[in-house]
Design a protein around this ligand. Structure first.
Ligand code: GDP
Ligand code: MG
Length: 437
């Protein structure tokens, strides 16, 4: 992947004391190749390396002791710049704010509509309304209703109406009459850029005059993403880009190219299928992630958000009173699971994504553990000490696991309880604070 390639590129510089025209050229050739491999547009990659080279050579680098470090910084700054520099927000003016989704079929419009509604509802205290304007497939309307139910957001649809302009306009009326302050209009896409689709979205756009028109693009489509972005931008002059499916090891090439081709900011990224898998796009963090430095800041933020403080406080009390049991263990697991896909999380830890590259991480690595705990009686869960050989056999049978697995879990639980008790001590305060306590 790109990080590995860049690693190799920087490796070339190691051992050289100074950046010179010669060694910088070698390194930047590798950087360019890495960018091209990540589906960055050729011209952009070429301009990019030329700019870095100018800066590297132009500076007083001949006296720099660590040219590798300097070049990493220059590449990172340049990557950040390329992806948009500053963080771009969503324009929430207008009452209601109207947000129009555009993009090809399968890019993730419907999923992202739900994520954005959920984000605005829970983080920005908004009352959003979702609108189903994908009139071609009945399943599409249902899909949006399922999403709406999941996040507790109303969905406006007119299954009999085949006119998306009318539906959108009626939805806005409905929003005004019922106190919704954001209207998110999900639209139909085609598998490729197509005149009819473009005409339709242009008509909807003209009729509802959205405050925000967002272009949703699947980051795995690489070079095509740039062409599609350009086609939609020519018609809609959209306000921002949503990069979806940026989970795990997805190549970041699209992020690098789109901004410079259409000159519109990337506003959010989608990092999984769950409604919580949405992140504000931070150009600098993305640059760091690409460079393999790990998106530590995001990781910490996400951890803090998900570890419910109240829960943590209760837990602390229980540990102090020696009442930590399997029910609490289960809560902990569920907290960790809420943080998202394990692969995403691993990808954010510096160095870990490389070390874990060949390790298959089950999305549901906790399935067995949960099954075992569910097979315990309430008494066993709160006083694990009573679990004897006979009980273990029953639990294994009930959970469809082996006695060894039950034993293993008991051991893990023991270790965790001990660790938690230790964290209660003077040195452990900070650790608990980190976990939201
Ligand atoms: P639409 O046709 O543009 O409305 O696309 P959908 O929202 O229906 O998404 C198409 C598929 O991509 C669905 O299976 C989604 O679950 C999946 N999907 C959407 N966003 C993401 C994402 O950020 N990560 C992953 N892994 N899958 C996604
Ligand atoms: Mg859809």
């Amino acid at each position: 992947n790109l990080s590995d390639k860049l690693d190799k590129a920087f490796h070339i510089l190691k051992g050289h004391g100074k950046i010179t025209e010669v060694n910088v050229a070698d390194t930047l050739k590798e950087v360019r190749r890495a960018l091209l491999d990540a589906d960055v547009n050729f011209k952009i990659a070429k301009d990019f390396t030329a700019r870095v080279k100018d800066k590297a050579i132009g500076q007083d680098v001949l006296t720099t002791l660590q040219p590798g470090q300097l070049l990493v910084k220059l590449v990172k700054d340049e990557l950040t710049e390329l992806m948009g520099g500053d963080v771009a927000g969503v324009n929430l003016s207008g009452n209601p704010t109207v947000i129009l989704m555009s993009g090809l079929q399968g890019s993730g419009k419907t999923t992202f509509s739900g994520k954005l509604a959920n984000f605005l509802k829970t983080k920005k205290n908004k009352k959003p309304l979702l609108v189903a304007c994908d009139i071609y497939r009945p399943a599409a309307i249902n899909q949006l209703h399922v999403v709406g139910d999941q996040i507790g957001v109303e969905v406006y649809s007119e299954p009999e109406n085949k006119n998306p302009v009318e539906i959108a306009q009626n939805a806005i009326k409905h929003a005004k009459a019922n106190g919704f302050n954001v209207v998110i209009v999900d639209t139909a896409g085609r598998l490729a850029v197509d005149q009819e689709m473009m005409d339709e979205i242009a008509r909807v756009h003209k009729a509802i005059q959205p405050q925000e028109t967002l272009f949703v693009v699947d980051s795995m489509t690489g070079q095509d993403a740039v062409n599609t972005a350009k086609a939609f931008n020519d018609i809609l002059n959209f306000d921002g880009v949503i990069l979806t499916k940026l989970d795990g090891d997805t190549r970041g090439g699209a992020a690098l190219s789109i901004k410079s081709i259409v000159n519109k900011p990337i506003k959010f990224v989608g990092t999984g299928e769950k409604m919580e898998a949405i992140d504000v796009f931070y150009p600098e963090r993305m640059a760091e992630r690409i460079l393999g430095m790990g998106d530590v800041v995001s990781l910490v933020e996400r951890a803090q958000e998900q570890f419910d403080e109240e829960e943590a406080r209760k837990l602390q009390k229980k540990i102090a009173k020696n009442e930590f049991g399997f029910d609490d263990f289960l809560t902990q697991i569920q907290q960790v699971k809420k943080m998202g896909n394990m692969k995403d999380l691993v990808g954010m830890i510096p160095g870990a994504s490389k070390a874990m590259k060949d390790v298959e991480i089950e999305d549901d690595a906790f399935k067995h553990i949960e099954a075992i705990i569910y097979s315990m009686t309430p008494g066993e869960r709160s006083k694990p000490a009573i679990i004897d050989v006979k009980r273990k056999a029953r639990i294994a049978k009930g959970s469809g696991t082996k006695v060894e697995q039950v034993n293993q879990l008991m051991k893990q639980f023991d270790q965790m309880s001990k660790m938690m008790k230790m964290m209660q001590g003077p040195g452990g305060k900070n650790l608990m604070k980190m976990m939201g306590g």
